[in-house]
Design a protein around this ligand. Structure first.
Ligand SMILES: [Mn+2]
Length: 359
């Protein structure tokens, strides 16, 4: 098992790579989408939270990530003595009509295939993604964690209809901001699953050939619906359905223990055992949480409902050899709140991994 750190786009700097290395990480998971452009957030270094217009503006629909750009991220990571394990999340500007089944679907499927091919050529083995119409919406921020540390959580459902012009909690049509919101029609559960099935069937052959695994994140937050739109994986057993949709070895999971623990059904240790036994984990988000949707709160890694050391032991027993990253951490009171929170989580995980038997 290997330890990694996830970095947002604006954090992909030599200083942060050195920080990861110093904290004992060997791998990086890089976000290339700028979640903070034109949005209203508490602070640029924390998790994006945003407003009813989501996190802000999606990227340039005409400009896919280039091979040179992907190679540069990899070589910058390697220059710091680390490995680039994954890119996390497609830009909604590049694939929103795959999620919405809109008029640009064919073009957007080609966009995804192009990005996956380029990742293969750049030697980046995993693409983490979240197949969600409304995205990571409806979370609140407060002094929820130990010692009143700022953390993310949920304080009830979020049912305000999603307006047209948004996808995946970002604005994909900036003109929508200048007109009264018109609700995006509600998809059914069956439509959402059929969109995923078509996506996997279209893209997985390309991914296999490129040597890239697509790793699906469960819903964050895992509610049956957000903003009037259905969710895909909001109970643990729904992850099995994703695996069973397509037997390709490139059909993998971005296994988020925190989101899985926020779900109202299932025992988290059984869930970790069930999926790690099938060897379908791309990489693991490992964070702790207290309570369940719609009222859960993110916590320090040693302080929630989940025995993280027990999770590590199950992953080890089932032969998981991939990367775990802290995912999110509460902010700590000091000059570098995000970095302190991550250093704390990385140190805890590092010790946990070192303490495992037969490592
Ligand atoms: Mn996660």
């Amino acid at each position: 098992m290997k330890l990694g750190l996830g970095l947002y786009r604006h954090m992909l700097t030599p200083e942060n790579f050195a920080f990861a290395k110093q904290a004992g990480a060997t791998h990086i998971v890089a976000h290339l989408v700028d979640y903070f452009r034109g949005g209203n957030h508490v602070g640029p270094d924390d998790q994006p939270t945003g407003t009813d217009w989501g996190w802000g503006l999606a990227g340039d629909p005409e400009q896919l990530w280039t091979l040179e750009e992907l190679k540069a991220v990899r070589s910058n990571v390697e220059a710091a003595g680390l490995k680039l394990e994954a890119i996390e999340n497609f830009d909604p500007a590049h694939w929103h009509d795959v999620l919405l089944d809109g008029p640009k679907r064919s073009l957007h499927i080609e966009n995804v295939k192009t990005i996956v091919r380029r990742m293969g050529e750049a030697g980046i083995p995993i693409m983490g993604y979240n197949f969600s119409i409304a995205g990571v919406a409806g979370r609140t921020k407060g002094a929820y964690a130990r010692g009143s540390a700022p953390a993310v959580g949920m304080e009830g459902p979020y049912d305000l209809p999603m307006p047209k012009g948004m996808a995946w909690n970002m604005v994909v049509d900036p003109a929508a901001l200048r007109r009264p919101p018109v609700p995006e029609p509600t998809a059914t559960d069956a439509q959402l699953w059929s969109r995923l099935q078509r996506f996997l069937d279209d893209v997985l052959p390309v991914a296999e050939k490129a040597g890239v695994r697509l790793a699906l994140h469960p819903d964050d937050p895992p509610m049956p619906s957000i903003r009037g739109q259905p969710r895909l994986v909001y109970q643990p057993q729904m992850y099995q359905r994703v695996i069973d949709l397509n037997p390709s070895p490139s059909n993998a999971l971005e296994f988020c223990v925190g989101s899985l623990a926020e779900m109202t059904e299932g025992d988290i240790y059984d869930v970790v055992d069930q999926y790690s036994r099938q060897h379908r984990l791309g990489y693991v988000h490992l964070r702790n949480v207290r309570d369940k949707v719609p009222n859960y709160k993110e916590t320090f890694i040693d302080d929630g409902d989940v025995d993280i050391l027990r999770v590590l032991a199950i992953l080890q027993r089932n032969g998981f050899e991939g990367v775990i990253i802290p995912d999110h951490a509460p902010q700590m009171s000091c000059a570098a709140p995000w970095h302190a929170g991550m250093a704390y989580a990385l140190g805890y995980l590092k010790a946990g991994i070192q303490f495992l038997p037969n490592r």
